[in-house]
Write a protein that binds this ligand. Sequence first.
Ligand SMILES: CC(C)(COP(=O)(O)OP(=O)(O)OC[C@H]1O[C@@H](n2cnc3c(N)ncnc32)[C@H](O)[C@@H]1OP(=O)(O)O)[C@@H](O)C(=O)NCCC(=O)NCCS
Length: 167
Amino acid sequence: MPLNIVYRPVTPSDLPRVSQLHAKVFGPGRFTRAAYRVREGTAPISRFCRVACLKERIIASVRFTHVTIGGAEGALLLGPLAVDAEFAGKGYAQKLMREALEDVKTAGLPLVVLVGDESYYGRFGFAPVPPGQITLPGPVAPTRLLAVEPITGKLATFQGLIVGKRV
Ligand SMILES: CC(C)(COP(=O)(O)OP(=O)(O)OC[C@H]1O[C@@H](n2cnc3c(N)ncnc32)[C@H](O)[C@@H]1OP(=O)(O)O)[C@@H](O)C(=O)NCCC(=O)NCCS
């Protein structure tokens, strides 16, 4: 029988369980990543963050952080995207991603960037950013800095360092 998975926006009371999921999926190494440094000091929830729940249990989550790129406003940094290993490979992450990206598009935001595998994120339209166009405060393999343009043609207008918007 299919599980009754509920997809919904993140609420403040979800945050401890989302943190536990991140710790389980990524381990302590998550704190050293360049994308983590962008998120430091930013709001833990934006309106685009979503979770997938099985009753009280959070089985998957995706976070979006408002950022500026070279001072330009409007872009989001996606990540972390995490699925509890027990529930991986069943399409829950894809549903979470598609709903969240639809929200971003409806809201009219011009660009979403992330650090990840094109072989996974390509299915949502993400493609590598031209090398050197956008930078993070730490090393990232150029092939892993990906972007999708909910508004076509906007990528070219973002150049420079990604900085998380402070609260
Ligand atoms: C990557 C992750 C989010 C995918 O979640 P999931 O629920 O397993 O994914 P889905 O069920 O929606 O999709 C499964 C598909 O993704 C593919 N996939 C999973 N991880 C992948 C990766 N790192 N690279 C390429 N493809 C990947 C599977 O092969 C499968 O492909 P198919 O649809 O062609 O069969 C999840 O495995 C996870 O949390 N991994 C650890 C954390 C992580 O790497 N997060 C992403 C970086 S922020």
